[in-house]
Design a protein around this ligand. Sequence first.
Ligand SMILES: C[S@@+](CC[C@H](N)C(=O)[O-])C[C@H]1O[C@@H](n2cnc3c(N)ncnc32)[C@H](O)[C@@H]1O
Length: 500
Amino acid sequence: MSHLPRLSGRRIHSHQPQQPAAIGLQQRLLRTPLVHSRPCTHHHYHHQNKNTFHTSTPRRNLIEDPRYSPAKVAARAKYPVITAKDAAKKKDMPLEAKMLVRDFIDDSLYHPNYGYFSKQAVIFSPETDFEFEKIKDNMEFLDIIADKYKEIEDDMDVRDEVARQVWHTPTELFKPWYGYAIAKYIVTEYKLNNYPHKDLIIYEMGAGNGTLMMNILDYIQQFEPTVYERTRYRIIEISKKLAQRQGERQEVRDATRRHQCVEVINKSIFEWDTLVPDHCFFVGMEVLDNFSHDLIRYDTVTEEPLQGMVAIDEEGDYTEIYTPVSDPLIQKYLSIRKQTGYRPPVLGRRFLRRLRNRLPFAPNMTGPEFIPTKLLLLLETLKTQFPKHRLVMSDFYTLPEAIPGTDAPVVQTRYSGTMVPCSTYMVMPGMFDIFFPTNFELLKDMYQQVCRPSLGMEKSVKVQTQKQFLERYGDLERTRTYSGENPMLMYYENNKMFLS
Ligand SMILES: C[S@@+](CC[C@H](N)C(=O)[O-])C[C@H]1O[C@@H](n2cnc3c(N)ncnc32)[C@H](O)[C@@H]1O
């Protein structure tokens, strides 16, 4: 499968072979070595503490590596364990401290001063909607996007030398049609189950530019006026800048076309503490992928899980260390996951592992596995604060060029106009986008356990590809090019929808 690159943090996938017309996009993906402004060390860990484990590096190397001298190891053992919340209270990056991997990644992405999202976040939004019927084919569509994208980036180059993160999402590229498809799904389900007794209440987490909100409400206003009268739309947005943009979004419209039913709440979903007793739809498009994960490995002999932590030394060098799981959230995640019957791929091939364990330099831990502990927090928030929700989420189920490990993230940044993927998450905080794929089948089982425990394997929880969803709810006429190709179905092929 070839894939056409997303221009920044995220990617478009397509079965289309690459053709010269797409070169503008391809060039942006040239791989260049990246010089880290801070050295990062990883995957070679040794600890004298019997409760701490090292990874698969042959043991003899450890003696030669000064970073693992007894003095260093002893110093590291005394570092305090801090969370991302603790780090957020200080302006500078933490030194001489240990953090769970999820806190380290959270800090890198969301620290109020240096976090990746705290900088200017720009989501690509073409000024006018594409008229697909006037575009020849998919390749011409890509050329148009590449040109528009370049214009935005050139502008940004002038204004901002450091942080450039221009994402584009299906919501933006295929507006208003993508939003209309989501609206059609929501209204269909609402009419089947709640109309006319209940209002239509929609919560959107992480609304970016507010485009989906506008498109969903435009659709309902235009095609379902009686439903529109009883619609309320609330956005929960972590970014101050984006929340502001969402609030101002309607100001360019004349007063009669503004939606009065919108409220923007500038808050992280993880801080949400208000009970919403109503039936509501809870929407989140491309938000899950930045939810931080923990990292675990297993003892190759006992299969005991071990939690990953990052130790940051006095010079800001990173070392990954492992201890038996003591974090309550990781424990809870593993315990719920066990009930689903999930078996981690790194624990497969038991027979081979036993054979390997007999070799002199056999690793004492399995390969890494990233687990979506923050996603579990979202499920718990949904269960306790939005007990009557219906979930509509879309995200990546697979990502090319991820770092090694099960469900491992992509870590990348733009450097001299080029997208550069990295091989570890232990990089200078704030300089890199770190985003994860979601295992939707496992999510479905976890969701069932957390949010719908009494209902057994409920038929109404569905996972489908974005393409399947759009084939059913999308306007395929208006999104077709005149050669007959439909870019809305062809791209973001690595996205799935979760519907409950
Ligand atoms: C990749 S953008 C997607 C924007 C939009 N949904 C779209 O598809 O165009 C991710 C959005 O989620 C927001 N976000 C990330 N983490 C969040 C959190 N914990 N709570 C609320 N919003 C969050 C970001 O600020 C941003 O608006």
